[in-house]
Design a binder for this molecule. Structure first.
Ligand code: HPA
Ligand code: ZN
Length: 336
């Protein structure tokens, strides 16, 4: 339709996509076979691509999804695997009209399996160069830490020589915090975020996805984050909503993810209209596109249908997401 083509053409920036969450079942099975990885034999979901996709439609919660997410990424072994994964995402993103993508990855989930950090980074960087040359899209990497693991373990990984080198040479733009939210409040990671700030890294954290609005306050105050990933529970706290609007902090909202993981009962329950009315900046993102049934354009279309936005609303959303990006001002000017 005319609207679909309007939404497709909008100059999009994506800020909330976990590269490991772009692992489509077809690539998952292909790499499992090539790398001789045994998928759980006692779980019928791994019997076929269709069985796995059917299981993805029945996620009960963030933790239920994360169980499959961590098993899925166990097929990633070689530099080429990480390159293929990232390239697959960049191709999809470009065809959806993404001009600039800031992508998350979870080094701890690979290092713990004996994969070296350079294998991950070299693979992703090869795909990033190709994306820049062949697709004309700019990209940044955001190194995420797993909050269900002890903060001391996260800090030790943060301080690893090879990871520090990737911060110092600009390969990594910033840090994030992901994985299970309930039971793992942001302030546990205060030391790591203080060090990151001193090193000139940009800082974001998942907060207010399954966890309460208090976790958003906590991430802003204890971690000094510049963005909030998800942040939908902000709708429960009027006072905080005023502060977030006044400070211009951007939320990276992931509509289809929130429905699939049952953070909301339906898209219509998302506070999209409320955020627009309150002057909250937000971008619209896919989170884990291979698991949640859609890339970024599917999320734009779903929001459009649920909230009947007009052209002015879309222009505001796109302008906020360009402004809230961590690229330089020249690149921002090219996109506006
Ligand atoms: N939330 C927390 N951790 C994650 C997510 C998410 O949406 N996706 C991948 N890891
Ligand atoms: Zn996420």
């Amino acid at each position: 339709s005319e609207l679909h083509s309007f939404l497709k053409k909008l100059p999009k920036c994506e800020h909330h996509i976990h590269l490991e969450g772009a692992l489509a079942p077809s690539l998952l099975f292909q790499l499992a076979s090539r790398n001789e990885i045994i998928l759980p034999p006692d779980d019928d979901a791994f019997k076929s691509r269709d069985a796995l996709l059917a299981r993805y439609k029945r996620f009960l919660s963030l933790d239920d999804f994360l169980h499959y997410y961590y098993i899925g990424m166990s097929v990633l072994i070689h530099e080429d695997d990480f390159e293929a994964l990232a390239w697959d995402y960049f191709r999809h993103a470009s065809s959806d009209g993404v001009h600039h993508a800031e992508v998350f990855f979870d080094p701890q989930a690979h290092i713990s399996r004996g994969i070296s950090y350079s294998t991950i980074l070299n693979g992703f960087n090869a795909a990033r160069s190709r994306a820049q040359c062949e697709l004309g899209i700019t990209t940044e990497l955001i190194c995420c830490f797993l909050r269900h693991l002890p903060a001391s373990k996260c800090l030790a990984v943060f301080e690893q020589d090879d990871i520090q080198a990737s911060f110092a040479n600009g390969a990594i733009k910033g840090i994030g915090l992901d994985s299970s939210e309930l039971g793992f409040p942001p302030h546990l990671f205060k030391d790591m975020y203080e060090k990151a700030a001193k090193q000139g890294l940009r800082r974001t954290a998942h907060a207010g996805e399954e966890g309460p609005a208090d976790f958003i306050t906590n991430a802003l105050e204890a971690l000094g984050v510049e963005r909030i990933d998800h942040g939908i529970r902000l709708a429960d706290d009027d006072e905080l909503m005023g502060r977030v609007a006044a400070n211009g902090t951007m939320l990276t909202v992931c509509p289809l993810s929130n429905v699939v993981l049952k953070c909301v009962g339906s898209l219509e329950e998302l506070p999209i209209r409320m955020f627009l009315d309150a002057g909250i900046k937000f971008s619209i993102n896919s989170d884990d596109p291979a698991y949640f049934g859609g890339y970024v354009l599917d999320n734009y279309c779903a929001v459009h249908e649920a909230f009947d936005l007009d052209i002015g609303d879309w222009e505001r959303i796109c302008r906020s997401s360009i402004k809230g990006s961590w690229c330089n001002t020249k690149r921002k000017a090219e996109m506006i």
